[in-house]
Design a binder for this molecule. Structure first.
Ligand SMILES: Nc1ncnc2c1ncn2[C@@H]1O[C@H](COP(=O)(O)OP(=O)(O)O)[C@@H](O)[C@H]1O
Ligand SMILES: [Mg+2]
Length: 344
C-alpha cells in the first residue's frame, strides 16, 4: 500500500541511494558518501511529503470543505482518513459517486411523490366535480320552472339527493384515508371476536345480497373454536364491509361468497372468496390504487367511490399485515390477509 508517508520514504531512499552510488564512484570518502546519503534522503523525503501534503491533501481537503459547505452532509472523510488512503483523489471520487447516487435516488423518489400528488389532486377534483355538476344541473332546472311539474320535481330531487350521497361517501372515504396516512388515527388493537363482527356485517348486507341472490357463507377449518384476533374492531367492520360489498356488487347474479377462516400457529388467515367474473392480471395490482376502477361507469352506478380497496389496504397495513388478491377470469376472486391470534 502506497500511502504518502511511505511514498516519501521510498522516494527519499531511492534518490539517496543513487546519490551515494554516484559519490562512491567519484571516489569520495565513506564519510562524504554517508553525509550525501543522509542529506539526499531527508531533502527528498521531506520535500516529497510536503508536496503531497500541500498540493494534494490540502487541495482535496479544500474541495471536501467546499462540498461540506454545500451541505453535502453524507460525505464522511477526515484528513486522517485521507492520509491513510493510497489515493485520496480516488477516495474522494468514490465518496462523491456514492453521494450523488444517493441524492439521485432521493430526487427520483421526490419526483414520484410529486407526480403522485398531482395525479391524486386531478383525480379528486374530477371525482368531486361529477356529482357537483349533476346536482347543479338538477337544481337549476328546477329553479327554471321544472319545479312546477310534480313528477319531474320528485325525480330530480331524488337524483340530486343520490348525487349528494355519493359526494358524501367520497369525502368521508377521503378523510378516512388521509387520517390513516398521516397517522392521525392509530389502530386500536385489542382482542376481538372476528366471527361476531363478520356476522354483524353480513346482517347489514343482507338486503344487497338478497337483491342479487348472492349466498354468503362462513367456513372454519377448526370447527367451533372462536376466532379471536388482535385487531381494531371498527376497522375490521370497514374491511369486511368493503370486501363483501365488492364481492356482491361485482360478483355474478345468484353467485356465492365464502368467508374462510384458517387457523395457523400464530395467525388466523381470512379469505373472502367469490365466484364472480374475476379480475384480469393487468388490473390486479392496480385495484388497490385510489379511484382505480375496472369499469368506471358500472362501479360508479353501483355507488362505488373507488376508494374502498385503498382503505382496506391501509387498514390491513395498520395491523402490520398485507392484503393479497388472486383471481381467475370467469372463476372468481379471492382476497386474503392474516391477523395475529389473541386471547380474550
Ligand atoms: N370481488 C371483485 N370482483 C371483481 N372485481 C372487483 C372485486 N372487488 C373489486 N373489484 C374491482 O376493483 C375496483 C376497486 O374496488 P374498490 O376500491 O372497492 O372501489 P369501488 O367498489 O368503490 O368501485 C372496483 O371498481 C372493481 O372494478
Ligand atoms: Mg368497493
Amino acid at each position: 500500500m502506497l500511502n504518502p508517508r511511505l511514498l516519501a520514504l521510498l522516494l527519499g531512499f531511492l534518490v539517496a541511494s543513487i546519490t551515494s552510488i554516484f559519490l562512491w564512484f567519484t571516489n569520495q570518502t565513506p564519510n562524504v558518501v554517508f553525509v550525501g546519503f543522509i542529506s539526499a534522503f531527508f531533502a527528498t523525503g521531506v520535500l516529497t511529503f510536503l508536496v503531497l501534503d500541500y498540493f494534494i491533501f490540502e487541495e482535496v481537503n479544500k474541495i471536501y470543505r467546499t462540498l461540506q459547505q454545500l451541505k453535502f452532509k453524507g460525505l464522511n472523510i477526515s484528513k486522517k482518513q485521507l492520509y491513510k488512503e493510497a489515493n485520496p483523489l480516488k477516495k474522494l471520487n468514490d465518496e462523491l459517486y456514492y453521494y450523488a447516487d444517493k441524492k439521485e435516488r432521493e430526487i427520483n423518489n421526490l419526483k414520484k411523490a410529486e407526480q403522485f400528488r398531482r395525479e391524486f389532486l386531478a383525480d379528486v377534483s374530477h371525482e368531486l366535480k361529477t356529482p357537483i355538476f349533476a346536482v347543479q344541473g338538477y337544481i337549476h332546472t328546477l329553479i327554471d320552472g321544472a319545479v312546477n311539474d310534480e313528477k319531474v320535481r320528485d325525480n330530480f330531487l331524488a337524483k340530486a339527493a343520490k348525487s349528494l350521497d355519493g359526494l358524501d361517501a367520497i369525502v368521508r372515504d377521503l378523510v378516512a384515508l388521509s387520517q390513516m396516512e398521516s397517522g392521525e388515527i392509530k389502530m386500536n388493537l385489542q382482542p376481538i371476536n372476528l366471527e361476531q363482527i363478520l356476522n354483524e356485517v353480513i346482517d347489514g348486507l343482507e338486503k344487497k345480497a338478497n337483491e342479487k341472490k348472492v349466498e354468503l357463507k362462513i367456513l372454519k377449518n377448526n370447527g367451533s373454536a372462536p376466532i379471536i384476533v388482535k385487531a381494531d374492531q371498527q376497522r375490521m367492520v370497514q374491511v369486511f364491509t368493503n370486501l363483501l360489498e365488492n364481492a356482491i356488487k361485482y360478483g355474478k347474479e345468484g353467485g356465492k361468497v365464502l368467508i374462510n377462516f384458517e387457523e395457523e400457529k400464530y395467525m388466523w388467515k381470512i379469505s373472502v372468496i367469490d365466484n364472480g367474473p374475476g379480475i384480469a392480471n393487468e388490473h390486479l395490482n392496480r385495484i388497490f390504487e385510489r379511484f382505480y376502477r375496472i369499469e368506471k361507469s358500472r362501479s360508479k352506478d353501483m355507488g362505488g367511490t373507488g376508494l374502498g380497496l385503498a382503505i382496506v389496504k391501509h387498514i390491513i397495513q395498520g395491523h402490520k399485515s398485507k392484503i393479497q388478491v388472486t383471481s381467475q377470469i370467469d372463476k372468481g376472486t379471492t382476497f386474503s390477509f392474516k391477523l395475529e391470534k389473541a386471547q380474550i
